[in-house]
Every structure is written in structure tokens, then in C-alpha cells.
Write a protein that binds this ligand. Structure first.
Ligand code: ZN
Ligand code: ZN
Length: 88
């Protein structure tokens, strides 16, 4: 059965208990043994940005005890030029 909301084709059945309690129909995912949740069926690409932090390097010129010594690699060159006037 294909969920008409999110288009996922799964082993679904209509959740009779839920309907009796709420008057609404929802799909139950038999394979996952839990109610089908459209939000969790979306492609995972959208969450990649938040789960993979940008690689960071430690600035040798900054105070090593400070969190700000860790600079995103892309910003490191810029940081050296602006914060340390280009000197290492
Ligand atoms: Zn769905
Ligand atoms: Zn620095």
C-alpha cells in the first residue's frame, strides 16, 4: 500500500484502534511495528548538514584554552589574515 501523503510504498495497514479512539484514520507500518510517520520517511539528505559538523582546525595563534581557537577550515585562512595580521 502506498501512503498518499508522502508516497512511500510500505507494508501498511489502517490503524483500527487509532480510528476508534480518535475518529481519524492513520496508517500502521507493519514492518516497523509502529504507526507510519510521514515525516520520518523523507529522504535523509536534508539532515546531513546538521549531523556532519564542518571540519575545524585549531588556530596556533589563539589562546588554546578558548573555544574560539577552533576555526572552521574554510575560514582559517581568513581568520589568520584578519585576527593575526598574516603572521604565524
Ligand atoms: Zn506517509
Ligand atoms: Zn587565531
Amino acid at each position: 500500500m502506498i501512503c498518499k501523503k508522502c508516497g512511500v510504498d510500505g507494508h501498511f495497514t489502517w490503524d483500527q484502534n487509532w480510528f476508534e479512539n480518535t475518529g481519524k484514520w492513520r496508517l500502521f507500518d507493519i514492518n516497523m511495528e509502529r504507526p507510519h510517520d510521514c515525516d520520518h520517511q523523507k529522504p535523509e539528505e536534508a539532515s546531513l548538514d546538521t549531523t556532519m559538523p564542518a571540519p575545524r582546525v585549531k588556530c596556533p595563534q589563539c589562546d588554546p584554552l578558548k573555544d574560539s581557537a577552533w576555526i572552521e577550515r574554510e575560514k582559517f585562512q581568513h581568520h589568520i589574515k584578519t585576527a593575526h595580521f598574516g603572521f604565524w
